[in-house]
Design a protein around this ligand. Structure first.
Ligand code: DC
Length: 230
C-alpha cells in the first residue's frame, strides 16, 4: 500500500454519501472516486450495445473495454461523466439506471474488470472513495473507513424530496419498495456484498442532518490525517 491516504465512504443509497464525499474532496483537494457511477455507466453502455444483464461474458468484456472519462475541473468535485465521448452525467442518475447497475454488479467478471480502474484513482494527494465495497475490497488498507447507514424509510423520503425538487414526479411507496429491493440485492450478493468493513466507523444518519454528519466526519478525518487545511 502506498503512503497516499484514502478515505472510504460506503453504505446504501440515500445515506448522504455523495454529498459527504463531494464535501470532503473539495475540502481536502483530494481525488474523488464515485464507484457507483462506474457501475451505472456500464449499465448504460450495456443497454446501448443491447447486452442482456445476465450475459456475464459480454458484460465482463464491456467492463474491461469501457471508454469512460470522469472530467474534473480540479481535484475534488465531479464535473462530467463521459461515455464514448458523450456526456452522460444526468442520464446515469435515473432510478432505472441505478437499478440496472445493481443488477449487473453481482457479476464476478464485471467486478474484476472494474477493480483496476477504481484503484487507478488512488493518486496524490489523496482519495475519497464512495461506494459499497470501498473499505472491504477495493481499498482494504484505507486510512479511514466510514460506513453510513439510515433507515429505509428515511432514505426513501430523502430520495422523494430530491426528485420533487428536480421536478420529477415520484411515488413514495414505489420508491420505498425499490430501495428495499436494491438494498436486499446489494447486501446479499455473493461477491463484495454491501456491508461495513470490520474496522469501519458506522454512522447512522437517520436522525442527523447533513451538517451534523459533516461535523462528525470532519472530526474523524482531522484525527486520522495529519497536517490538514483548516
Ligand atoms: O451508489 P449508486 O447508487 O450510484 O450505485 C448504483 C449501484 O451500483 C448499486 O446499487 C450497486 C452498484 N455498486 C456496487 O455494486 N459497488 C460499488 N462500489 C458501487 C456501486
Amino acid at each position: 500500500m502506498s503512503d497516499i491516504p484514502v478515505i472510504t465512504v460506503d453504505g446504501p443509497s440515500g445515506t448522504g454519501k455523495g454529498t459527504i464525499c463531494s464535501y470532503l474532496a473539495d475540502w481536502l483537494h483530494w481525488h474523488f472516486l464515485d464507484s457507483g457511477a462506474l457501475y451505472r455507466v456500464l449499465a448504460l453502455a450495456a443497454e446501448k450495445h443491447h447486452i442482456a444483464n445476465d450475459d456475464e461474458v459480454a458484460l465482463g468484456r464491456l467492463a474491461g473495454d469501457l471508454n469512460v472519462e470522469f472530467k474534473v475541473a480540479e481535484a475534488g468535485s465531479l464535473v462530467e461523466v463521459v461515455l464514448d465521448g458523450q456526456v452522460v452525467t444526468d442520464q446515469i442518475r435515473t432510478e432505472t439506471c441505478g437499478n440496472a447497475a445493481s443488477l449487473i454488479a453481482p457479476i464476478a467478471s464485471v467486478r474484476q474488470a472494474l477493480l483496476a480502474r477504481q484503484r487507478a484513482f488512488h493518486q496524490a494527494p489523496g482519495l475519497i472513495a464512495d461506494g459499497r465495497d470501498m473499505g472491504t475490497v477495493v481499498f482494504p488498507e484505507a486510512t479511514l473507513k466510514i460506513y453510513l447507514t439510515a433507515s429505509a424509510e428515511e432514505r426513501a423520503k430523502r430520495r422523494y424530496k430530491q426528485l420533487k425538487e428536480k421536478g420529477i414526479s415520484a411515488n413514495l411507496r414505489d420508491l420505498s419498495a425499490a430501495i428495499a429491493e436494491r438494498d436486499e440485492r446489494d447486501s446479499t450478493r455473493a461477491i463484495s456484498p454491501l456491508k461495513p468493513a470490520e474496522d469501519a466507523i458506522v454512522i447512522d444518519t437517520s436522525l442527523l442532518d447533513i451538517d451534523a454528519v459533516l461535523a462528525n466526519i470532519s472530526e474523524l478525518v482531522r484525527h486520522k490525517v495529519p497536517g490538514l487545511p483548516k
